[in-house]
Design a protein around this ligand. Structure first.
Ligand code: KG4
Ligand code: ZN
Length: 358
């Protein structure tokens, strides 16, 4: 089964051809990082215009590299949400037009579900139930996945996503965008015990995340210690490296500590760590250590599949297509599309879900 995946939810225009949901035949990613760098973050209006420019050449290249003719495709899978509305609409409209013109089956894929499916490549088959930590620029959640396609949110961030915290701290330190990779690089030369930040904990005891207080603590530390942000092209001072290491260490402890606590409670057969922040070496190492303690295998996507790509969308879409799911031409972009299809009995969790939408 050959499926074309299309992903345009944020600042990457991506297309991929995937065979039988597990083999990447081609994967093309056109990143807009350079376009948004000057603004220190993604500018939605610029992103959607760039997607419009790139969608045709990116899809053509994916088909060409795969040596696949349009007629050979068995289906089209497109990210329908969550994400930026103008960006999502480019992919969704294009996918619908292709499906209509070629009379091919179409499915909409939740971007977060796509991230979870990014581990089907380069890993042994996932055993269920799985516990999946999805940690990116827009999301920080733990999902209990009892079987493929069934999700229950067991932890969420109450404010910023972890990747967003990396990006904001990097901006405060004059390190540019995106922040994750540069903070990780500097942290390798820093002392993670130099600045003591507390692991954020919820007053109500729930296993949720919060990163905005940490961001404020970093900003306060910068102000009080008189640390000067790194000027363009300058070498970062040791204090900056120490701060990067201390910040990264507390984020990793928060993520892995919560994952471990929930793994002890739910005893999954597999741990999954996915999303852009899953590129982070310190997070991988701490997750591996936790997995050894728990006696459960942990799967990560290859680094190039951790950040946004269309292969993961095609993989998730293949499972849906094989289950007979079809989207109509009324498929629409859904900015706040949620990934939870298991009813939650827990009243406190239900209330917090209303307040903190996925
Ligand atoms: O999954 P992704 O490409 O886009 C979203 O769906 O958000 O994730 C991008 C995020 C950014 O916030 C970026 O700073 C973070 O992933 N990131 C990292 C690393 N590489 C990317 N965070 C920490 N360490 C990294 N090495
Ligand atoms: Zn993503």
């Amino acid at each position: 089964m050959l499926v074309l995946g299309i992903e345009t939810s944020c600042d990457e225009t991506a297309a991929a051809v995937v065979r039988d949901g597990r083999e990447i035949v081609s994967s093309i990613i056109s990143s807009q990082i350079d376009l948004h760098k000057a603004y220190g973050g993604v500018v939605p209006e610029l992103a959607s215009r760039e997607h419009l420019d790139k969608i045709v050449p990116v899809i053509e290249e994916a088909l060409e590299r795969a040596s696949v003719e349009l007629e050979e495709l068995d289906g089209i899978a497109v990210t329908a949400g969550p994400g930026l509305v103008g960006s999502l609409l480019v992919g969704v409209s294009y996918a619908k037009a292709m499906a209509f013109a070629l009379s091919k089956p179409l499915v909409g894929v939740n971007h977060i579900e796509g991230h979870i499916y990014s581990v089907v490549f380069d890993n042994p088959p996932v055993e269920y139930p799985a516990l999946a930590l999805v940690v990116s620029g827009g999301h920080t959640n733990l999902f209990l996945v009892p079987e493929p396609g069934k999700y229950r949110v067991v932890s969420r961030t109450r404010d910023d996503a972890a990747g967003e915290a990396f990006d904001k701290v990097a901006k405060m330190l004059g390190l540019g965008y995106p922040g994750g990779p540069v903070i990780e690089r500097l942290a390798r030369e820093g002392d993670s015990r130099a600045v003591r930040f507390a692991v954020p904990r919820m007053g109500d005891g729930r296993p949720d995340f919060s990163f905005s207080g940490l961001k404020t603590a970093v900003s306060k530390h910068i102000r009080e210690s008189g640390l000067v942000p790194v000027a363009a092209g300058a070498q970062p001072a040791q204090e900056v490296k120490d701060l990067a290491a201390s910040f990264q260490s507390v984020v990793v402890r928060s993520l892995v500590g919560t994952m471990e606590r929930l793994a002890e409670e739910h005893r999954p057969a597999t741990l999954i760590v996915a999303g852009g922040v899953a590129c982070n070496g310190a997070l991988r190492e701490a997750s591996r250590e936790a997995a050894v303690r728990l006696g459960i295998p942990v799967y990560f996507p290859s680094p190039h599949l951790s950040t946004d790509n269309a292969a993961m969308i095609a993989a998730a879409g293949t499972v849906k297509l094989m289950a007979g799911e079809r989207a109509g031409l009324d498929l629409n972009a859904d900015v706040t599309l949620r990934l939870q299809n298991i009813e939650v009995e827990d009243e406190a969790l239900r209330r917090s879900r209303v307040r903190y939408r996925l």
